[in-house]
Structures are given as structure tokens and as C-alpha cells.
Write a protein that binds this ligand. Structure first.
Ligand code: NAD
Length: 498
């Protein structure tokens, strides 16, 4: 096993390694606390970074508040902000390779995966730059007494909180919409993967984003809670576990702060009886455990017709058992390590639970013994899984997939919907209209027929305990806006109104 091929001293600026970005400046933290970044491949620390204390959190909120209340940002035209977003996208594009490498260094995403999905960041910035040029920030409506101007105003100071697994793409969804809306932002980067957000701050500084519009601190859960509780924060946009989402929602409810929650998933892939196995497995397999299953939309419950169960389990196990598990820096590696020790222990615990509850191991089922170091777990498939089993109900967030047999299509739909979650889902069939008909009966925010796609212009988010609200598309922009209606007498001329 090679060691990490990333040298933070050489590849990152001193600002990114040791400071926070607040009010347009790189500032030394008040706090003396630090977090150690540990390579999932070598289990060795490769960098120590500062962690915010409450004063740092409050400083960031104050800067965002000032920028919103007295700065130019919320008052700019959509076209002016669009121009900033494009320039920010350009600055991010010029650091694409670095940002991709950070994903591999911090969480062990294989290089092919990181290279493929890091450009999500520029795609989101470009999308919202374009959308804001045509979005109806102002509308004019006739009323009985005259007219009403309906304004979509920025919601205010927003706190953006994302998990460690895919920090940059998740942040890009939030940040690009928040900025396009005219909000100011405090990003609380997670202690496991703080560097991406700080590199984004470097980009913002380079394009002269007005001071205080973007503020970035690295903080743990406790300081995250302090940020959410700050009354100067108007909106929280959170991605993470359902458990944390509920805590955040309760805090926001106290003052009715706006909140968007993108939470966990336990998504079902329904293979209909008419599906051809080879193309189905070719398009399904990458999404059952992408990035070692540490993605919210992973298709982790595979539902198969009972009369094809054995055939599908054998073919799918051969595909998954043949994946190349190894060093994420190696171009040929398909599955890398889990991101950290906590994940590693958690996933192995779930595998034990699966066994003890009577599920059959079709492939995998333990840590990879051939590696002396690193958080490697074999890609694992359980068959004979019933819907009451823990591994069919709880989000494992690892390379562990369950196969459950169904009797007919209605049973498949009922099984898919028998979940507290409702984030994603897939249907595989040779009859795409029938696939659509099944898809619309699934209680989940996103469903793809014969594959899995996510597009910047389409809303993403969850039903049930997978979340509240949407990101992406015009819906994601609306989430950072408040509707304001201004009634005017009939003599007011629309052309004279700002
Ligand atoms: P987590 O909920 O533990 O932490 C997420 C973030 O919230 C981190 O930055 C953490 O520091 C912060 N945090 C924790 N407690 C907080 C509190 N009380 N107040 C404010 N901030 C707090 O989640 P995790 O383990 O880092 O991430 C994995 C989870 O994220 C999984 O459940 C996964 O499904 C989910 N996820 C969802 C999506 C989506 O779009 N729906 C995308 C990716 C990941």
C-alpha cells in the first residue's frame, strides 16, 4: 500500500492550513483547539487544523450580518451577482485538480471518483449564475385596488453545514444558490474535511467577493450547534444525518428560523421481472456502493423478483466481488477505504448484526485482511434479507447492500416504501413507461429509471425522514428567498419601480 500522495505543506497556502476566512480577511483563530486530519489509507495524521471556539463562530456570524445589513451584496442586481458566481466558478476551475486531490486525501475517495464528481462545484456555480439571469425575482400582478409587486428577497444570513463525505459538491449546491439569492453565508466546515471550504474561500478572495459575504470556519458539532442557535442566523441549510437534522430543526423552530434539511437515505433499487440482467447490473452496480457506500443516495436495498432471486444474487455478487479494492490514489482502484475509524467500526458492527439476524452473506463480510493499514471493508452483499432486519432499515453508510425478494410489482413498491427514509430510488425494466409508472408510486424525492442521474437544474431532496426542502433547480434558489408582497395604488407605474 502506498502512502498518501498529497503534501499539504507544498500544495496548500498557509492561510488555508492555519486560518479562518472572516469578513474578507484571513484571521488567526481565537481558539487554540486543533483537529488532526488522518489519512484513511495510512491511518496517519497528515495535517493539524484549527477548530473554532464560540468567539470564532460569533465573529463569523457578525461579519455575515454586517455584510447583509449594510453591505452591497443583497442590493446588487441579479446580473451583478451572476457575474461574481461565474468568476468564482473560474477560480474554482483553476483549482480543480487540487480540490479533487483533497477528496482523496481527506476521505479516501478513489481518484477516478473524485475526478468525476469534483466538477459538480463549477456546474452548480454556472447553473445558478445562468438561472439568476432569468429567475422571477420580481413579478407584477394586477389587484382589485391597483397592483402588487411580488419580490423574492434574500432570506438573510445563512449557515451552511455539510458532512465530511462530499464536502465540496454539497457545499456548492448550497453556496451557489445562497449567493445567487443575495444571502450572506457562514460555512461551518466539518473537522474531518475542512480544507475544501477554505480553498473555496481562497477563490472568493481572489474574485473580490465583498467582505463578509462568505465566511468560513472549521468547527465541531458543539460549535455547530452554537452557530445554529445564534439569533443573527436567519436560515440554516444542513446536510448530514437524520439524528442531527432533528436537533437542528428543533433549535430553528424556537425562533422559526428557516431551515433546509438534506438527510440520510436507505434507497431501493427495484429490478422488475422483465429487466435484462447484464445492462441492469452494469448501470446499477456503480450506485449500490459508490465511494464505499458513503453517499446518501446509494441504492442499498435491491428488490428482486422471487423467481429470479438466485440468478440475480449470483450475477450481482460476481460483479461486486470482482471490484478492485485498494489504494484510492491508484487509478485502477474502484473501491477505496472508509473515511475514518468511526465509519470502519460502524460498518463492521452492522455486518455482525446482519449475520446475527439471519441474513445470508453472498459476498464480502469483513475487513480486508490483505491491507496492514487503512479502513478497508470488503464490498458486502446480504441476500435473504427481510424488511424487519436492522440492515434493511438503518442507514449503514458503507459498502453493504441488501437483497430482498418480492412476489409482484405491488409488493416491490410496498417494500420500497416501507422505510423511514425517502431520498432516492431506481427502477430497472425494458419498458420505460412502466418504469415511470412504478417510479411515481415511490415515496421518495428522486427516482431514476434504468440508471441514476442528478442534474443541477432538477431539485434534489427527501421525503419523510430524508429531509425537508430541496436543493438544485429553481426550487433550490427559492429556498434562500422570502416572498414579499408590496401593494401599490393603480397610479404606480411598473416601469418606474426598482
Ligand atoms: P452528522 O449529522 O454527524 O454531521 C454533519 C455535519 O453537522 C457536520 O459538519 C457536523 O460537524 C455538524 N453537526 C453535528 N451536530 C451538529 C449540531 N447539533 N448542530 C450543528 N451542526 C452539527 O453527519 P455525518 O456523519 O457527518 O454525515 C453522514 C450523514 O450525512 C449520513 O446520514 C448521510 O446520509 C447524510 N448525507 C445526506 C446527504 C443528502 O443530500 N441528503 C448528502 C450527504 C450525506
Amino acid at each position: 500500500m502506498t502512502t498518501s500522495r498529497f503534501d499539504p505543506q507544498a500544495e496548500l497556502s498557509d492561510d488555508v492550513r492555519s486560518r479562518f476566512y472572516i469578513g474578507g480577511h484571513w484571521v488567526l483563530p481565537n481558539s487554540k483547539e486543533t483537529a488532526s486530519l488522518v489519512s484513511p489509507t495510512t491511518e496517519k495524521s497528515f495535517l493539524s487544523v484549527p477548530l473554532a471556539d464560540r468567539r470564532d463562530v460569533d465573529d463569523a456570524v457578525r461579519a455575515a450580518r454586517k455584510a447583509f445589513d449594510t453591505g452591497p451584496w443583497p442590493l446588487m442586481s441579479a446580473a451583478e451577482r451572476s457575474d461574481y458566481l461565474r468568476r468564482l466558478s473560474g477560480a474554482v476551475a483553476s483549482r480543480m485538480q487540487l480540490l479533487s486531490r483533497l477528496w482523496t486525501a481527506e476521505v479516501g475517495a478513489p481518484v477516478w471518483f473524485a475526478d468525476l464528481f469534483t466538477p459538480t462545484a463549477t456546474a452548480m456555480l454556472e447553473y445558478y449564475a445562468e438561472l439568476s439571469l432569468s429567475f422571477p425575482f420580481k413579478e407584477h400582478r394586477q389587484t382589485r385596488g391597483g397592483h402588487a409587486r411580488v419580490l423574492r428577497q434574500p432570506v438573510g444570513v445563512t449557515a451552511l453545514i455539510a458532512p465530511w463525505n462530499a464536502q465540496l459538491p454539497i457545499l456548492a449546491y448550497k453556496l451557489s444558490a445562497a449567493l445567487a439569492a443575495g444571502c450572506t453565508v457562514v460555512v461551518k466546515a466539518p473537522p474531518e474535511t475542512p480544507l475544501d471550504a477554505l480553498v473555496l474561500a481562497e477563490c472568493a478572495h481572489e474574485v473580490d467577493l465583498p467582505p463578509g459575504v462568505l465566511n468560513v470556519i472549521t468547527a465541531d458539532a458543539d460549535r455547530g450547534a452554537h452557530l445554529v442557535a445564534n439569533v443573527a442566523v436567519d436560515k440554516v441549510s444542513f446536510t448530514g444525518s437524520t439524528a442531527t437534522g432533528k436537533v437542528i430543526a428543533k433549535t430553528c423552530a424556537d425562533r422559526l428560523a428557516r431551515v433546509t434539511l438534506e438527510l440520510g437515505g436507505k434507497s431501493a433499487a427495484i429490478i422488475l421481472e422483465d429487466a435484462e440482467l447484464e445492462p441492469t447490473l452494469a448501470s446499477l452496480s456503480p450506485y449500490t456502493m459508490p465511494f464505499s457506500g458513503q453517499i446518501c443516495f446509494a441504492q442499498t436495498r435491491i428488490l428482486v423478483p422471487r423467481n429470479r432471486e438466485q440468478e440475480i444474487v449470483e450475477a450481482y455478487s460476481a460483479v461486486i466481488g470482482g471490484l478492485n479494492v485498494g489504494d484510492p490514489w491508484d487509478e485502477t482502484t474502484q473501491i477505496g477505504p472508509l473515511a475514518n475509524r468511526r465509519q470502519f467500526d460502524r460498518v463492521l458492527r452492522y455486518i455482525d448484526v446482519g449475520r446475527s439476524e439471519g441474513a445470508r452473506l453472498a459476498t464480502g463480510g469483513k475487513s480486508c485482511e490483505r491491507f496492514e493499514r487503512g479502513y478497508f471493508v470488503e464490498p458486502t452483499i446480504f441476500s435473504g434479507v427481510t424488511p424487519d432486519m436492522t440492515i434493511a432499515r438503518e442507514e449503514i453508510f458503507g459498502p453493504v447492500v441488501t437483497v430482498t425478494a418480492y412476489d409482484d410489482v405491488d409488493h416491490a413498491i410496498a417494500l420500497a416504501n416501507d422505510s423511514d427514509f425517502g431520498l432516492s430510488g431506481t427502477v430497472f425494466t425494458t419498458d420505460v413507461e412502466r418504469g415511470y409508472d412504478v417510479a411515481r408510486q415511490l415515496k421518495t424525492g428522486n427516482v431514476s429509471v434504468n440508471g441514476l442521474e442528478m442534474s443541477p437544474n432538477v431539485p434534489f431532496g427527501g421525503f419523510k425522514q430524508s429531509g425537508v426542502g430541496r436543493e438544485g433547480g429553481p426550487e433550490g434558489l427559492s429556498a434562500f428567498l422570502e416572498d414579499q408582497a408590496i401593494y401599490l395604488p393603480s397610479e404606480a407605474q411598473p416601469s418606474k419601480l426598482a
